[in-house]
Design a protein around this ligand. Structure first.
Ligand SMILES: *Cc1c(COP(=O)(O)O)cnc(C)c1O
Length: 385
């Protein structure tokens, strides 16, 4: 993690209308901005992405967050949304047209694929190449307009060669989108690897306190502006000023939180790898040599979302383990201050959507690593009992 990024996260507010010396940004809790003349109103409304006219378009508090996110990802500009899915929906529905094809690479966040299924009815096709080491070129079709990638991927945390993928897509005139929620911009910068657009769920690490939902799209001004009207304003998944201020608060402690998540996660990984009940641990740090080029060129750190597989995995054994934990709480989402546990394994289909019958996912929070390991001891003790 570099000092430039720390500066961006903690730097002072100097946006429009702020009182000099205020260390927190003003919350512009207003739905509209009245203009001094009708001619001025007409002029500003014709370019709403550059002017504050109506808060379904732009709002100064939200714009301040957008500026910080663009700086962190080294993108030209950013647009925030009411949720990560708001951002992803805007990208897919805002950039694609009927007859075009999307190739998803790696294991992808479930609702993103459900949305892609829904878009089939509007003539937008998709296929999934779940193996991150698979031959991408072989899966590209004549009508492929977008390659959408997650790295590390959902649930199994496998890493994709991003520069390779971006170069291959660029040669063929195909746009690339990367969901960078797992790493945050502090630990991975996909735009620098040649990817065209980055999406985030701000609900996870960037918000960081499990009290706000949000999403963002970051990239070139041309592409984000293209999304602004169709994908943002017309679909209306808009972030409010109040939510933006909560995400900005999260941003200020993002560097220290990510260091602590990483520290704790590496302890948890070492612990899990030493347990005989564990078949595999999934996390870039567990599965790659830290000196491997794939890792050194793409990551400057690792977040605290880890999964592992129990031997002889069944819904019953996964439940016994999960139910014995007291510090790791059972729930969806991840990336907050608190440790969480979940699993894709279901009683009716023991393999779950990723075909791993003993898979358990941990969001390693900010508590002391010793208490986290003691809690995992409880889970393994319950398996033996
Ligand atoms: C949570 C999540 C999303 C969706 O974000 P929401 O804020 O819940 O809409 C997208 N991608 C990944 C990888 C996520 O974990």
């Amino acid at each position: 993690m570099n000092d430039t990024d720390r500066q961006i996260c903690t730097g002072p507010w100097d946006g429009p209308g702020s009182e000099p010396g205020a260390v927190a940004p003003p919350i512009y809790q207003t739905s509209l901005f009245a203009k001094p003349s009708f001619a001025e109103f007409v002029r500003q409304q014709a370019a709403e992405h550059e002017n504050f006219v109506y808060s379904r378009g732009s709002n100064p508090t939200v714009a301040f967050l957008e500026e910080r996110l663009a700086l962190l990802e080294r993108g030209e500009t950013a647009k925030c949304f009411a949720s990560g899915m708001g951002a992803i929906g805007a990208v897919l529905a805002g950039l694609l047209r009927s007859g075009e094809h999307v190739l998803f690479v790696n294991t992808i966040y479930g609702p993103t694929l459900e949305l892609a299924d829904h878009l089939e009815r509007f003539g937008i096709e998709h296929t999934v190449l779940a193996d991150p080491a698979g031959d991408v070129a072989e899966h590209i079709r004549a009508n492929t307009a977008l390659i959408y990638v997650e790295s590390p991927g959902t649930m199994l945390m496998k890493v994709v060669d991003l520069p390779g993928l971006a170069a291959l897509a660029r040669e063929r005139g195909i746009r690339t989108v990367m969901d960078n929620t797992w790493s945050t911009p502090l630990f991975q910068k996909p735009l620098a690897a040649g990817v065209d657009l980055v999406v985030h769920s701000l609900t996870k690490y960037i918000g960081g306190h499990s009290d706000v939902l949000g999403g963002a799209v970051i990239g070139s001004r041309n592409t984000v502006d293209e999304l602004f009207h169709r994908g943002h304003q017309l679909f209306g998944a808009v972030m409010s000023a109040l939510e933006a201020s909560l995400v900005l608060r999260g941003l200020r402690t993002l560097p220290v939180r990510m260091e602590q998540h990483q520290h704790n996660a590496l302890r948890v990984i070492d612990y899990l790898r030493a347990r005989s009940e564990v078949l595999a641990v999934h996390h870039p740090h567990a599965e790659h040599d830290p000196d491997e080029e794939l890792i050194t060129t793409q990551f400057s750190g690792f977040s605290g979302l880890v999964s592992f597989e129990l031997r002889q995995g069944t819904f019953e054994r996964v439940s016994r383990f999960v139910d014995a934990l007291t510090l790791f709480r059972i729930g969806p989402s991840w990336g907050g201050y608190e440790s969480l546990v979940t699993s894709p394994v279901r009683p009716d289909d023991e393999s779950g959507p990723v075909s791993r019958p003993g898979l358990i996912r941990l969001s390693v929070g900010l508590e002391g690593a010793r208490s986290q390991l003691e809690d995992l001891d409880r889970g393994f003790a319950a398996l033996a009992g």
